[in-house]
Design a protein around this ligand. Structure first.
Ligand code: ZN
Length: 247
């Protein structure tokens, strides 16, 4: 089985389309979506339709998707995220809002090898940044490979017995990570639509459960087009600027 893994798309249609084209070229059987389809970008409806068309095998909600439940869910957001949340809430069609509101919280077990979550397997909204968070996640996850998003930062944490190590974005772009027997992994493929590791390219992954490997992909996409849509929509300008910086 080859899973296309998408997370943190954030209403960036140009980035999503670029990843889908590349995924088709590489080949995959099913799709896993780790949440945050919307928020920040200018194409919430087109992105929701695009994900619906993929009929994901497993999908969990992200914190930004929860605004479909009502704007109270944006309480923890900063001013820019709140502005974008309000614009997104008003832009979504009632059908898309209802579909997003019904998305389940993670974690979700996919098969014998893989489980998915948005933030962490112990709390859908928690960020996994450091070693302590990662070890807690590795102890909580129920499958050898737990895929997560939320930080928009591609990273792989792994533990074999008590031997812990991690691999950051520089080493992961374009890499193929083997899934070794007896090792547990916590892996963030990076954000499709709003990368924050200083690399503006869209990020996604393909998990191959037969070859036992993860292909980590970075792709140049039409950033300028996504940026001008954000400006034209009247969304905060900083959301356009950060796409070019990958921050
Ligand atoms: Zn996100």
């Amino acid at each position: 089985m080859r899973y296309l893994v998408l997370t943190d798309i954030h209403a960036n249609l140009e980035a999503l389309e670029t990843c889908l084209e590349d995924g088709k070229r590489r080949g995959y059987d099913k799709t896993l979506v780790l949440g945050d389809l919307i928020g920040y970008g200018a194409d919430p409806n087109a992105v929701v339709s695009g994900i619906q068309a993929l009929a994901p095998t497993a999908i969990v909600r992200g914190n930004h998707d929860k605004i479909a439940l009502g704007l109270d869910e944006a309480e923890g957001f900063n001013a820019v995220a709140k502005d974008a949340a309000r614009w997104t809430f008003e832009s979504l069609t009632p059908e898309h809002r209802a579909w997003l509101a019904a998305l389940p919280a993670g974690p979700t077990i996919v098969d014998d090898l893989v489980e998915i979550c948005h933030g962490s397997p112990y709390d859908e909204d928690a960020y996994i940044f450091d070693e302590l968070d990662a070890i807690r996640g590795l102890k909580t996850s129920k499958r050898p490979l737990c895929l997560f998003g939320h930080t928009h930062y591609p990273v792989t944490f792994e533990i074999a017995g008590t031997a812990f190590q991690w691999t950051g974005p520089a080493a992961s772009a374009g890499a193929v990570l083997p899934i070794k027997e007896g090792v547990k992994y916590l892996l963030n493929p990076g954000s499709v639509g709003q990368p924050r590791d200083g690399d503006p390219r869209a990020a996604y992954a393909i998990v191959d459960t037969v070859a036992r490997q993860v292909e980590l992909v970075r792709l140049v996409y039409p950033v300028a087009k996504a940026q001008s849509k954000i400006i034209e929509a009247g969304l905060p300008e900083v959301l356009a600027r950060r796409l070019a910086a990958g921050r």
